[in-house]
Design a protein around this ligand. Structure first.
Ligand code: TYD
Length: 140
């Protein structure tokens, strides 16, 4: 599994840098929700879940953290997000774990849906089962 990375254009000048993220242009969906994670304690692992139906882009706007992604069908990858110019696309049915947060890490997530606690899969074994069964073509 290869991480899908989005490289954002810096609109910089002598005063500094600016990145603008526009829905359906820089981010491949209509953004419904933005949240950010900061002040993460050392040694913490966040995430540990998948979403049935949610597409997200994660941007480490400050500091760094590591994402481990898993498609539940044997595909895995790990990527360190350490720059504000880069977004990681996380599609539906992707198990994610975030670790090794720097103390100054601000991790911003853009999502194509509002918060829905019923969309979460928290059980890894059930997630793998669901991800595998999605691969099976329906019978006649
Ligand atoms: P949680 O999903 O545990 O964060 P992560 O999986 O990324 O480590 O979210 C922490 C808390 O914030 C939890 O009580 C749910 C709440 N929350 C919202 O209210 N809205 C949101 O959009 C998100 C992502 C979380």
């Amino acid at each position: 599994m290869t991480p899908i990375l989005l490289e954002f254009q810096i609109r910089g000048d002598e005063r500094g840098s600016l990145i603008a993220l526009e829905a359906e242009r820089d981010v491949p969906f209509e953004v419904k929700r933005v949240y950010y994670i900061f002040g993460t304690q050392s040694g913490v692992i966040r995430g540990r879940h998948a979403h049935r139906n949610l597409t997200q882009v994660a941007v480490c706007v400050h500091g760094a953290c590591t994402f481990a992604l898993d498609n539940g069908r044997g595909g895995r990858c790990e990527i360190r997000l350490d720059r504000p110019t880069r977004g990681l696309l996380i599609e539906s049915m992707t198990w994610r774990e975030m670790a090794d947060f720097s103390s100054d890490c601000v991790l911003m997530i853009l999502a194509n849906r509002n918060y829905d606690p019923n969309d979460y899969l928290f059980d890894y074994a059930k997630f793998c089962e669901a991800a595998t069964s999605m691969q099976i073509e329906p019978g006649p």
